[in-house]
Design a protein around this ligand. Sequence first.
Ligand code: C5P
Ligand code: MG
Length: 156
Amino acid sequence: MRIGYGEDAHRLIEGRPLVLGGVAIPSERGPLAHSDGDALLHALTDALLAAIAWDDIGALFPDDAPENKNRPSQDFLHAARERVEAAGYRVAQVSAAVILDRPKLGPYRDPIRASVAELLGLSPDRVGLTFKTSEGLAPDHVQVRAVALLLPLDQL
Ligand code: C5P
Ligand code: MG
């Protein structure tokens, strides 16, 4: 098996949409980012790439490249999944912790889980999602830490 770890953080500013795991969350603030700033998908992308020791998200999609501006982060995760499969593995399970003071994400857990599961070709019971506040330590940021478990394709 392979295990990968990834993380991401974005600063929150007024007037930007908050998207996590491909799901739009009602919020007064959203991430300042070159792409759509979906920190959950960015952390998962790095977890997948780390599991096969393949550089990282910035090597795949440089954040100063114009074609990556406001790009949907589903593209990043899709590219990572393709690399995982090309390396002879499949994603078997992921787990992510989202650290965000506001808004509460609990009401969106099921839609976010379903969206991430769909993107990774997993059943939702293989997508762990935990939400935490920063207890005021990082009120102006969204942070995500994620791990991915890969199993060899020939062990399907
Ligand atoms: O960080 P803290 O332990 O105070 O979070 C308490 C609970 O609030 C978490 O277990 C989680 O279920 C929920 N939570 C949430 N959305 C957030 C932060 C925390 O639903 N943005
Ligand atoms: Mg990011």
